[in-house]
Design a protein around this ligand. Structure first.
Ligand SMILES: Nc1ncnc2c1ncn2[C@@H]1O[C@H](COP(=O)(O)OP(=O)(O)O)[C@@H](O)[C@H]1O
Ligand SMILES: [Mg+2]
Length: 346
């Protein structure tokens, strides 16, 4: 008799729910074939709210270990549950700036969907919108009226990050919103001697009272004071890159800026990697640029394809995993989150 305690999980479509996080597919197939899982799926009382969909993604380490004890063919395979997020060895919060001074390369799409994917893997995640365009804010369905303070108030010292943070539709994901007011911060701070470290200090104060696994910054398309604050506050940088002709040129400039920040205000900043976005495998140039980038930088294995669902989701105020979890775009970002979590746990 197998001892397996599967959580009371699944809403209407168990296969879709598990496909979100569970890799490789054989693992999914084993679970789907398992009689207890079918039972759990059939008898689930969970309503289909997005929160429960996310709750449904959680399989405990213990339940899977029990399961695989009885599945000898699995034993040689790596532990798939590193991706569930509960096993992180490191307790420190990863503060990740999503940066590229070019506009339209997928920064906001990456920040929103990576943050949502990390949160769905039970990582307590805070997304800070530090772009006056406020696209991460609206992309998560947070409208004016749903919040009081913003990152502007934090930057000018009139609010703490905790006071400015708002809950989102994704469990474990909170957001510090931005509005156009943020443009004024660059001007107002021009004479402040601590203008480059405002965000770093706000993060330190926040982390002294709050436990987070990941904090992400969605940066504006420039290397001005706001991006500088993000680079000074960050422990690491992720660079979304669209594989097009001028992509590398911009990257050299960005890396020079990061080197300057490392030489001055943030000696430990780490360039975590480049994530290829809007990738179209039919485009030869995309492959050429990708291989060129790989020659110079660490490139994440997870590649984000060009996918219409990723561009539609923000107009519904949802990250892609709540809009269409099975889309290639949502899966791309879930895979990127897995890659980060697995690296961080090792
Ligand atoms: N992988 C993708 N597939 C299709 N459209 C995408 C993808 N990534 C981003 N987009 C779209 O491209 C545009 C620019 O992306 P965005 O994330 O806003 O870039 P940035 O923040 O760097 O300016 C947006 O309209 C977005 O919806
Ligand atoms: Mg943006």
């Amino acid at each position: 008799m197998r001892t397996i305690t599967l959580p009371k999980v699944l809403a209407l479509d168990p296969i879709a729910r598990f496909r979100c996080f569970v890799d490789p597919p054989r693992f999914v197939d084993s679970l789907i074939a398992h009689p207890d899982l079918r039972f759990a799926a059939r008898d689930s009382q969970c309503p289909t709210s997005s929160d429960n969909v996310l709750r449904g993604l959680r399989i405990t380490k213990k339940s899977a270990t029990n399961f695989f004890k009885h599945d000898s063919s699995w034993s040689a395979r790596p532990d798939p549950l590193e991706v569930s997020g509960s096993m992180s060895a490191s307790k420190a919060c990863h503060v990740v700036a999503v940066v590229n001074q070019k506009g339209g390369v997928g920064k906001t799409t990456t920040a929103v969907n990576l943050a949502a994917s990390l949160a769905a893997a039970e990582k307590r995640t805070l997304l800070i919108d530090i772009d006056p365009q406020g696209n991460a804010t609206s992309g998560l369905g947070i409208r004016k009226g749903a919040f009081g303070k913003t990152i502007y108030d934090v930057m000018i010292g009139q609010a703490t990050l905790a006071e400015a943070s708002v809950a989102t539709e994704v469990r474990n994901l909170t957001l510090v919103p931005a509005t156009q007011d943020l443009v004024a911060a660059e001007i107002e701070l021009v004479d402040a001697t601590d203008r480059a470290v405002r965000l770093r200090d706000a993060i330190s104060a926040y982390l002294s009272k709050n436990k987070n696994d990941y904090i992400l910054f969605d940066c504006p398309p420039s290397l001005g004071l706001l991006t500088l604050n993000a680079l000074v506050a960050a422990s690491e940088v992720i660079v979304p890159l669209q594989c097009e002709y001028y992509a590398l040129e911009g990257l050299t400039h960005l890396m020079a800026t990061i080197d300057r920040v490392r030489a001055g205000l943030n000696p430990t900043i780490d360039v975590r990697g480049v994530v290829l976005t809007m990738f179209d495998p039919r485009n030869n140039l995309a492959h050429q640029v990708a291989s060129e980038v790989r020659g110079h930088f660490h490139v994440f294995d997870s590649i984000i394809p060009r996918n219409i669902r990723l561009s539609e989701a923000p107009s519904h105020g949802k990250p892609a995993l709540l809009y269409d979890v099975q889309s290639k775009g949502a899966q791309g970002y879930l895979s990127l989150a897995r890659e980060l979590i697995t690296q961080d746990a090792s």
